[in-house]
Design a protein around this ligand. Structure first.
Ligand SMILES: [Zn+2]
Length: 412
């Protein structure tokens, strides 16, 4: 195997129970962990003049680059990382010509996106291409396979990439899951071959809801690609297939706990762990369990539903908000307060501002979580969970379980 100098490094700076805080380094970029990658479509059907379009995504991108249309300002610290999907290219019925022009320059090399310098995670889109049924890339005349996906990820200028996976569904039979694992394994072999000179980070997708499913998945994968090669070639692990279950906190906690055990047993536990497509309300618990990164679109979907975050756990209807209690740059601006009150020409300007406020709340709470992990002992993080997740009736029990299991319990 040829030796490639990776520009990727992951370092843990402090731990509190199972929770850890550290730094992901990709080239000259540094990303503090645990961290949340907000889902964002860089290409939403439009042209450069409309920041490449995408409705509410357009307004969020205008914040990201501090565009005049949103009154300028520097929001870059809240976009220290973003998650986008190859599959987002199929959401907007773009022509083949448009598709090609989207891919002719890496995202961060475009002048328009110049203020954006965050870590860019580009998902393989397996969830949509392979299990969405009707979406196969045919609307812009591209046959989707592992080779094509990797080419798109590279052209977008990704810092972190995933192999093309075949996510499992809750009602799959054992045989179906094994077939999907085999297809994913074949993709992994091809992916490693194709991307051997990729200088960002490569994450291995892992699927399953519990220990035995994930263990069986890895058995299947390693029957096709050598365990040592997987360990040497991959920089991180991404736990997938949880999207249909993302509101079932009990199951999410079980899956992540089992995943950590599986990774330990397979000797993969020194790699950073990303959990794909979660509800952002799960963030404090997943961080307590030792997850290093997550991606979520809930900041945006909740905004579209008129929900304004008071905290990571609590949202209120936008019509009831006075904006005085939030000192974030969105709520501090008269222009955006007006827009959030409904005084805007386009819906996307109302909800885009709410979405960016929601994102800022999440980012601020993650900074608090990192501080609490860095503080002495497990008590500070325990108190954080006690005053957030455990206050919520529906998540109280699962919060207590996480505290007992990962943070040494209440009585120590
Ligand atoms: Zn705010």
């Amino acid at each position: 195997m040829s030796q490639v100098t990776r520009r990727f490094d992951f370092e843990v700076d402090a731990v509190a129970g199972d929770a850890r805080t550290g730094t992901l380094r990709i080239g000259s970029q540094e990303l503090a962990t645990p961290n949340l990658f907000p889902v964002l479509n860089f290409y939403g059907g439009g042209t450069e003049r409309s920041v490449f379009g995408g409705g509410i995504h357009r307004t969020i991108k205008e914040f990201m680059i501090g565009a005049d249309r949103i009154g300028g300002g520097d929001y870059s610290e809240y976009f220290d990382c973003t998650m986008t999907s190859v599959a987002s290219l199929t959401d907007y019925n773009i022509t083949h010509e448009r598709y090609q022009s989207y891919l002719d320059t890496p995202i961060k090399e475009r002048e328009l996106f110049e203020p954006y310098n965050g870590t860019l995670f580009v998902d393989s889109g397996g969830f949509k291409f392979l299990d969405g049924g009707d979406i196969d890339g045919s609307d812009f005349e591209v046959d989707i396979d592992q080779e094509k996906i990797y080419e798109i990820q590279k052209k977008m200028g990704a810092d972190i990439i995933l192999n093309l996976d075949h996510p499992i569904a809750p009602d799959d039979s054992h045989e179906q899951r094994m077939e999907k694992a085999e297809k994913t394994a074949l993709n992994i072999a091809e992916f490693l071959d194709l991307s051997s000179d990729f200088d960002g980070a490569r994450y291995l997708t892992l699927h399953g809801y519990n220990y035995s499913m994930m263990d069986a998945f890895l058995e299947k994968i390693t029957s096709i690609v050598d365990t040592r090669e997987i360990h040497e070639a991959f920089d991180g692990v991404a736990l997938g297939s949880l999207v249909p279950k993302k509101d079932n906190r009990e199951l999410l906690i079980q899956a992540v706990t089992d995943c950590q055990e599986v990774l330990q047993d397979w000797g993969f536990d020194d790699m950073p762990l990303h959990v794909l497509g979660i509800s952002s309300r799960a963030v404090p618990l997943l961080a307590a369990l030792g997850v290093d990164s997550f991606d979520a679109s809930s900041y945006l979907h909740n905004a579209i539903n008129g929900k304004y975050y008071k905290s990571m756990m609590e949202s209120v209807p936008i019509s009831e908000v006075s904006f005085e209690n939030c000192d974030c740059p969105v709520c501090s601006s008269e222009l955006h307060r007006q827009r959030m009150r409904g005084d805007a020409e386009y819906q996307k300007d109302i909800y885009g501002a709410v979405a960016v406020h929601n994102l800022i709340i999440q980012k601020q709470e993650l900074a608090t979580i990192r501080d609490r992990i860095r503080a002495e002992g497990t008590a500070p993080l325990r108190e954080y969970i006690e005053s957030t997740v455990a206050r919520d009736k529906q998540t109280r029990q699962v919060a207590h379980k996480v505290v007992n299991q990962s943070l040494g319990g209440y009585f120590q």
